[in-house]
Structure formats: structure tokens, C-alpha cells
Design a protein. Structure first.
Length: 96
């Protein structure tokens, strides 16, 4: 279930009815890196803290330049070698 956060609504929509999307600046680019801890048990796919549906909101997925899903929990994804490598490649391509 998506968060009811006013901040998150504001990021994606200009109005409460979600009828007018906020547009990103033309030169804005972002990449999604999502944690999905495969060993987490429970009814909702998550990284141990945040559900995948909250991490991968449709509005963000549709606008992302790339999407990457990694089998790490909420904390371990921050130092996972393949995630660090992916970030390094994204940044080096962005600043060439």
C-alpha cells in the first residue's frame, strides 16, 4: 500500500485528486535501486523495512531512467559491492 504521506503526494502530483502530475525538469534524470530481501518472510514483498510497492511507486517507475532490483535488506543494500558498482557506473556515465 502506498504511503499517505503529504510529501510523497506532493513529489508526484500538483493536486490532492492526483489529476495533474508534477513534471520533472527536462534535464532531470534518476535511477531506481530497490531492495527486495528474498529471505524476508511475510505477506508483503519488502526489504525488511519498506514494502516494494512503496519503493517502486508507479509514478516513479514510469519516469526512471533505469530500474535495478537487488536481493539485500534495508541496510545492507547501502554497502553491497554490486550496488556500489552500479552507482559508480551510473555516476561515471552521468559525468563523462
Amino acid at each position: 500500500m502506498y504511503s499517505k504521506s503529504e510529501y510523497l503526494r506532493w513529489i508526484f502530483w500538483k493536486d490532492e485528486d492526483k489529476s495533474e502530475p508534477n513534471e520533472l525538469a527536462e534535464d532531470a534524470e534518476f535511477h531506481m535501486i530497490i531492495g527486495f530481501h528474498m529471505r524476508t518472510s511475510g505477506p508483503v514483498a519488502n526489504d525488511g523495512k519498506v514494502s516494494v510497492s512503496s519503493q517502486a511507486r508507479r509514478e516513479a517507475v514510469d519516469r526512471a531512467s533505469s530500474r535495478w532490483l537487488y536481493d539485500y535488506d534495508h541496510r545492507d543494500i547501502l554497502s553491497a559491492p554490486e550496488v556500489v558498482d552500479r552507482l559508480t557506473r551510473i555516476l561515471s556515465e552521468s559525468f563523462d
